[in-house]
Ligand binder design. Sequence first.
Ligand SMILES: [Zn+2]
Length: 202
Amino acid sequence: MDGTPKWDNAYPMFAPKTKNINSSLDYIYLAVNSYKYWCQVIYQLSHEISHCFIHCNEKDGDKLVSWIEETICEALSLYFLKLFYENYDKTDLYKLDKDYKDNILNYLNDILKETGNNWLKNCSTKEELMEINNTSEIKREDRKSEMVELYRLLDDENIKGLIKYRDYIISGTKFLDTYKYKEAYKNNEVINYLCELQENKL
Ligand SMILES: [Zn+2]
């Protein structure tokens, strides 16, 4: 298609129109083995569309903090896999393959079986947190167990506050204003948990 940005890399990505030189559209790129590998499509699309939700809901600026955003998008992709599994009978895919449902659950459980190294939870300084931030897309194991914990706390109500995290990043820093964020979303377990991950660093 004319104007479509070229994408040669072997990994999925959300490309907002603000970064697309020759196009006025937002794009999501997938890197799937096959479009018939529905579990992988759901998983990747959920992750990238979560980046899109966050981007579109940001009030102003571009205050992305990678460790936070990747942890949220990874947790949401698991949440959407589970949602898809639970509602599979209502989807159009069900009409094509009535027996596929358990594959989605198996795919989700395989991801949940992988273990992390607990570094995000256990690191004690902001410098270490920034190390995790700088490698957040290549060393996902540093945040894996914390991401799973976040996923387990998710429900259809508390998600909305999570999507708004960028509005609570202190300008010019890579840190949340956790007081303001928690005040805006009182008794929101996922936001409390996310804030705690930053707050216990000196
Ligand atoms: Zn991502």
